[in-house]
Design a protein around this ligand. Structure first.
Ligand code: RB5
Length: 153
């Protein structure tokens, strides 16, 4: 699996903790930053991760900020991106199996490093189930298309 990861300053330490663990599981990891604890704006990092996924250079993304929420909100502005904030392994697995989530967003101020490892493992080891879920993903794509045409009001 090719994974692209990014964090803001609030998620930096957790991102750095997770990176060698994920590599140790056999995945290829691209880190778009940040690279220290100096404040950065999470939408900029979310967009960098999204660009790598949209270009096909990565299969999945991992975004870490204080809560995971800002990263997910920013990433989900891009059509075709399905970013899920997860604080438990069950949700991470369901996000892949039911929602075909392509980004996991973690909150470094919400989950500890041990829980984060388990959440990421569930996310990476689960895959989309298809079947009845596809109709719902198609409906999400319809919403994207409708509002893309309509534009910002
Ligand atoms: C940064 O203080 C914090 O707002 C950010 O990491 C994130 O939690 C936003 O959603």
């Amino acid at each position: 699996m090719h994974l692209v990861m990014g964090s803001d300053h609030a998620g930096y330490t957790l991102k750095e903790h997770l990176k060698p663990i994920i590599i140790g599981w056999g995945h290829a990891v691209k880190d778009v930053g940040c690279h220290c604890e100096a404040p950065v704006d999470y939408p900029d990092i979310a967009e960098e991760v999204v660009k790598i996924i949209k270009s096909g250079q990565a299969d999945l993304g991992l975004l870490v900020c204080g809560t995971g929420q800002g990263m997910a909100i920013a990433a989900n502005k891009v059509p075709g991106i399905r970013a899920a904030v997860c604080s438990d392994g069950f949700s991470a697995r369901a996000a892949r199996e039911h929602n075909d989530a392509n980004i996991l967003a973690l909150g470094a101020r919400v989950v500890g490093s041990g829980a984060a490892e388990l959440i990421v493992k569930q996310f990476l080891e689960s895959s989309y189930s298809g079947g009845r879920h596809q109709r719902r993903l198609d409906l999400i794509r319809d919403i994207e298309n409708k509002y893309l045409k309509q534009g910002e009001k």
